[in-house]
Design a protein around this ligand. Structure first.
Ligand SMILES: Nc1ncnc2c1ncn2[C@@H]1O[C@H](COP(=O)(O)OP(=O)(O)OP(=O)(O)O)[C@@H](O)[C@H]1O
Length: 264
C-alpha cells in the first residue's frame, strides 16, 4: 500500500546551525492516527511544519499518496481573532479561499455543530473557556474539509478533564471522517489513547527511535483507558522516552554543516 505521507531521509538544519532533524524516515498510511512524542526540542513541530509546507527541508523528500491533498493545521494556541464571533472565526479560511457566502454559511454551521458548539455561533472568544476556544480552532480546521489533519499539541494548555473530553471528541470525529492525522503531544497517555501508532523521537538531532503500534480496536473508551493493555503501552512508550533522555548527542555542528560526533 502506498503511504499517504512518506518522509524519506528528511534533514533540517536551521540557519543558526541547530540540527532539528537528521535522516528522518516516516511512512503514514491513509486514515492513520499517528502521534509524535519526544523530549522538548526533538523536532516534532519541525516535522509538522515540513509536512505542512511551512518550512523547507535541507535534504530528503516527502512523497504524497493522497489524491486531492487538503491539509489543515491545529496549533497549541487557538489563535482566534478576538474581535470576531465564533462563526466569523470559523469562516476565515473559507473567506480566504473565496468560497461563496451561501455555501460557506452551511459549512461553518456544520463545523460548529461537529465540535459541539451549536448555540455559541455569535459568542466572542473572550466569552469562551479554553476548551471551547480549542473547539473553535478545530472547527476552523475542519471547515475546509481536510483529508490530512496536522495537530501540534492542541490540548497541551488544557486541564486534564477538558483534555480527556476533547480526546474522545476528536476520536469520534476521526472515526466518522477518517482523516490522516499527525498529532504532536508531550502526553504519553493521550498519544496511546488516540493513536494507531506512536512514534518516539529523540533530540540532538531529531530522529525516530521507536515506532509502536497500538494494537487496540476503536472505538476506544474509558474501559480502554483503564485496561491493562493501555497501561502496558503507556509503559512501553515511557521506557522508550526515558531511554532517549540518557542518550548522548549523535551529531555536532561544524560551521554551517553537521557531522557525526566522534566516538569516544
Ligand atoms: N526557527 C528556528 N530557528 C532556529 N532553531 C529552531 C527554530 N525552530 C526550532 N528550532 C530548534 O530546532 C529544534 C527542534 O525544534 P521543534 O520546535 O521542532 O521541537 P519540538 O520537539 O516541537 O519541541 P517542543 O516539544 O518543545 O515544542 C530545537 O532545538 C529548536 O530550538
Amino acid at each position: 500500500m502506498i503511504p499517504a505521507i512518506e518522509l524519506n531521509h528528511v534533514s533540517k538544519v536551521y540557519s543558526n546551525g541547530t540540527v532539528a532533524l537528521h535522516n528522518m524516515n516516516l511512512a503514514i498510511q491513509d486514515a492513520e492516527f499517528v502521534s509524535l512524542v519526544g523530549p522538548s526540542g526533538c523536532g516534532k513541530s519541525t516535522v509538522l511544519r515540513i509536512i505542512a509546507g511551512l518550512g523547507q527541508m535541507n535534504s530528503g523528500s516527502i512523497d504524497w499518496g493522497v489524491c486531492d491533498r487538503k491539509l489543515a493545521f491545529v496549533f497549541q494556541e487557538a489563535a482566534l481573532m478576538p474581535w470576531a464571533t465564533v462563526q466569523d472565526n470559523v469562516h476565515l479560511p473559507l473567506k480566504l479561499a473565496g468560497t461563496s457566502k451561501k455555501y460557506a454559511d452551511v459549512l461553518v454551521q456544520q463545523a460548529i455543530q461537529r465540535v459541539g458548539l451549536s448555540g455559541f455561533e455569535r459568542s466572542y472568544p473572550r466569552e469562551l473557556s479554553g476548551g471551547m476556544k480549542m473547539r473553535v480552532s478545530i472547527a476552523r480546521a475542519l471547515v475546509t474539509k481536510p483529508n490530512v489533519l496536522l495537530m501540534d499539541e492542541p490540548f497541551g494548555a488544557l486541564d486534564e478533564i477538558t483534555r480527556s473530553k476533547l480526546n474522545r471528541d476528536v476520536l469520534d470525529l476521526w472515526s466518522q471522517h477518517r482523516w490522516t492525522v499527525v498529532f504532536v503531544t508531550h502526553n504519553i497517555y493521550e498519544a496511546v489513547y488516540l493513536s494507531n501508532r506512536v512514534i518516539v523521537m529523540a533530540a540532538r538531532p531529531g530522529r525516530v527511535v521507536a515506532d509502536i503500534a497500538i494494537d487496540a480496536p476503536y472505538p476506544r473508551n474509558e474501559e480502554f483507558r483503564t485496561s491493562l493493555l493501555y497501561n502496558e503501552y503507556c509503559r512501553e512508550v515511557s521506557q522508550c522516552l526515558m531511554a532517549t533522555m540518557n542518550e548522548q548527542p549523535l551529531l555536532h555542528i561544524v560551521g554551517n554543516d553537521y557531522s557525526p560526533s566522534p566516538q569516544i
